[in-house]
Write a protein that binds this ligand. Structure first.
Ligand code: UD1
Length: 360
């Protein structure tokens, strides 16, 4: 069997690395295709190097742009690659524009599509990721759901027959990281000592960064928090571009985008995670850190139900500050999730086994 794996944005490089290992172990041929959605060395190459992911056979070099331009350029490049390579299946991860382009290009060529992380829904169609998830699921042949909630969402959309519950590939990756992440990450001596409390904060979503008002509210809250406890903030290039003068936040340590192991180490040694990322909400849970999510809804509802994750209105400085202070004070009641809802850490092997059973 020949598998084409389509990646483009940094979380996908992490997932592809663990997935590639499972393909190699099963002696399955893989053609790795990078759309070029993320292209800076610290948004792309570093993940390949650190996680031992092979050089992509194709890099379409699509780069940044509006949703239509970016997705359109990917579609056209992917169609050429898939025509040439004729894989038995195209595998896509998550909910980015690269995910949608991979699914659509493949489905139109009648090549089966396998969607890993299928069935997640925020029920907020203003998020570009929500549109990508829904369309990708409906264009796919095999749907690999990470949680029972995702299985239920797919059932509600009439997609049960294509659905397999396999667990979460990011849990596989988090287990890998937990044993390898060093403190402090190399060259980062400016970080707090591991024994002292600190908050790690990330912000990159369009809805929180594209309007000057939205980003100002979140940054004002982080500045207030940094008066109580150090805040470490790795910056996505989109956020960096919009932030302007970093000197107005003296209590915040800003960092360039981090590698997976560096970021995992930061989470492992932090006291509280504050984020608008989907992936980091789960990584916080995997490393048992309370997470304050700067969004009004989340796809990962289990985390909220368990008490490990609280959603806050990203437009309210007092809400953000009070929730983080409560998390730092240890006043959250945290329930262990039993059984863990994200699988057994072998989601990638399950995906490969099912691909081989159904398509080889
Ligand atoms: C994308 C995904 C988002 C995912 C995130 C992971 C979509 C719609 N969004 O968001 O779901 O959570 O990746 O990180 O696919 N930029 C650079 N260098 C890079 C990449 C981006 O400077 O290597 C800047 C550009 O100004 C670009 C902006 O970041 O316009 C946004 O990049 P883009 O890939 O469009 O979206 P992300 O916010 O990264």
């Amino acid at each position: 069997m020949k598998v084409a794996t389509v990646v483009g944005a940094r979380p996908q490089f992490i997932k592809a690395a663990v997935f590639s290992n499972a393909l190699t172990a099963a002696l399955v041929e893989e053609v790795l295709v990078h759309t070029g959605q993320h292209y800076d060395a610290n948004m792309s190459e570093v993940f390949f190097r650190e996680l031992g992911l092979a050089e992509p056979r194709y890099n379409l070099g699509v780069g940044s742009g509006s949703h239509g331009h970016q997705t359109g350029a990917m579609l056209s490049g992917l169609e050429d690659v898939l025509r040439l390579e004729k894989p038995d299946v195209t595998v896509v991860f998550g909910d980015t524009n690269s995910t949608l382009a991979g699914a659509l290009a493949s489905a139109k060529l009648h090549i089966p599509v396998a969607h890993v992380e299928a069935g997640l829904r925020s029920f907020n169609r203003k998020m570009p990721e929500e549109i990508n998830r829904i369309l990708t699921d409906h264009a796919s042949t095999l749907l690999f759901a990470p949680t029972l909630t995702a299985v239920g969402n797919l059932r509600a959309e009439g997609l049960s027959e294509r659905t397999h519950l396999v667990g979460d590939v990011m849990y596989d990756a988090a287990i890998y990281a937990a044993t390898r992440a060093k403190w402090p990450p190399e060259g980062m001596l400016q970080l707090p000592r591991s024994s002292s409390p600190f908050v790690v904060a990330t912000l990159h979503r369009e809805e929180n960064t594209d309007s000057p008002h939205a980003i100002r509210v979140v940054m004002t809250a982080l500045r207030e928090i940094s008066r109580l406890v150090p805040v470490v903030c790795p910056l996505h290039p989109r956020t960096r571009e919009r932030l302007g003068d970093l000197a107005s936040y003296p209590g915040i340590t800003f960092l360039d985008p981090l590698s997976f192991l560096e970021m995992s180490s930061l989470v492992l040694h932090s006291s509280v995670v504050v984020t608008d990322s989907g992936g980091l909400q789960k990584e916080a849970f995997f490393h048992r850190k309370p997470c304050v999510t700067l969004r009004s809804e989340t796809e990962w509802v289990e985390l909220v139900q368990s008490g490990w994750n609280r959603l806050v209105d990203p437009r309210s400085v007092p809400d953000i500050v009070e929730t983080v202070v409560a998390a730092l004070g240890g006043s959250w009641s945290l329930n262990g999730l039993v059984p863990p809802p994200f699988g057994d850490g072998h989601a990638c092997e399950a995906v490969v086994r099912i691909l081989c059973e159904q398509l080889a």
